[in-house]
Design a protein around this ligand. Structure first.
Ligand code: PHB
Length: 360
């Protein structure tokens, strides 16, 4: 029988009961200050445990990795204890869950950082746009360029956060190298103007991602690590002069780690269009491991991508916000709940844990 969304699959060490992945989704419902997941967050993730795999919301790996309000974290003991309740609830319902490791780099604001420090980035280039702070919308600022000597410290933050995620019971971790955040800022030449070993050539710009991946793999085991990229997503003022060459190189280099999966955002998020044309099939063929495709897939396109061999699994975002039982709805061709974008970020259980499931 042809493979489809409902066929089981193994991504590295992680066995999935189906190929529908809940994509990472920022929901901004962790408490200010502590970033410790609460009952509400436990309920939200447990409701979605019928997904083959949940990728958590992007989660800051250190105090300096924060860029938005009300985010959970994965670097303190209290956060580990909070996330442990999430992983236990998901596992109790037969689900699998990996944590997405996040450093936002320049997509932040001093008011969100310890001691009002400047955000850090590959180069001191202020991104166009604004961010939400606890005081309201504020322009992004010109970040401070990281010294090469500071990069081992950044890698150490990824290692510490990975250890925290494993202690919290996650089935693995996903390295967030997409959407204009720190690792993506190093990858793409619109945001990386460095003249040292971490800038200039494609090999140099990919160096930090590959070093982080090696360090995370060394701690977690390669079969528990995924990497997320977004070659042509212009979100967060991002661009690159030759994304095909860059991300073909990245996909090929990542082969050395024997990862659980490569996760690609195949376009621009938040309706932003694409920054360049790109042949995702070409990049996908260069990568020898499992491939997770994301962006505006529905059931038919997801099944087609799996049947053709383009993707092994499909990550669904907005549909999982509004349909905790999305797998069952796709299985039975039931209608879907509409997502309410007003409640995507911040707030209460409204638009978070109160979307109805199909009658039992
Ligand atoms: C967002 O909050 O809009 C957001 C966060 C993380 C991403 C992408 C978008 O990777």
């Amino acid at each position: 029988m042809a493979l489809d969304l409902f066929s089981p699959v193994k991504l590295g060490a992680i066995t999935l009961k189906n190929r529908m992945v809940m994509a990472p989704l920022t929901r901004s419902r962790a408490p200010k200050g502590t970033g410790v997941p609460q009952d509400l967050n436990v309920t939200y993730y447990a409701q979605r445990a019928s997904a083959g795999l949940i990728v958590t919301e992007a989660t800051p790996i250190s105090a300096m990795a924060h860029g938005y309000i009300l985010l959970p974290g994965i670097y303190t003991d209290a956060q580990v204890a909070g996330w442990k309740r999430v992983t236990e609830a998901v596992h109790a319902k037969g689900g699998k869950i990996v944590l997405q490791l996040w450093h936002v780099g320049r997509i932040s604001h001093p008011s969100l950082l310890p001691n009002n420090e400047l955000p850090v980035a590959p180069s001191a280039i202020q991104p166009a746009g604004q961010t939400y702070t606890y005081e309201g919308l504020a322009d992004f600022v010109e970040p401070r360029a990281l010294e090469a000597a500071e990069l081992p410290g950044i890698i150490a933050e990824y290692v510490h956060a990975t250890k925290c995620a494993l202690a919290a019971g996650f089935d693995g971790v996903e390295i967030h190298a997409a959407n204009g955040y720190l690792l993506d800022q190093f990858l793409r030449d619109g945001s990386n103007k460095r003249t040292d070993n971490y800038g200039g050539s494609i090999e140099n710009r990919a160096r930090l991602l590959l070093e982080v991946t090696k360090a995370v793999v060394d701690v977690a085991g390669s079969d528990k690590v995924g990497v997320r990229i977004s070659p042509v997503n212009p979100f967060n003022d991002m661009q690159d002069s030759n994304p095909q060459a860059l991300f073909n190189y990245v996909a090929d280099q990542l082969n050395q780690f024997n990862l659980a999966y490569l996760h690609a955002v195949e376009g621009g998020i938040h309706g932003g269009g694409e920054s360049a044309s790109f042949d995702f099939e070409q990049m996908r063929k260069l990568f020898k491991g499992a491939y997770m495709a994301n962006l505006a897939y529905d059931k038919a396109r997801g099944n087609a991508a799996i049947a053709s061999g383009h993707a092994d699994v499909i990550a669904y975002g907005v549909p999982f916000i509004a349909n905790p039982d999305l797998v069952e709805r796709y299985k039975t061709d039931a209608s879907l709940n509409e997502a309410d974008s007003e409640t995507f970020y911040g707030g209460t259980e409204k638009g978070y844990t109160d979307y109805p499931t199909l009658p039992a």
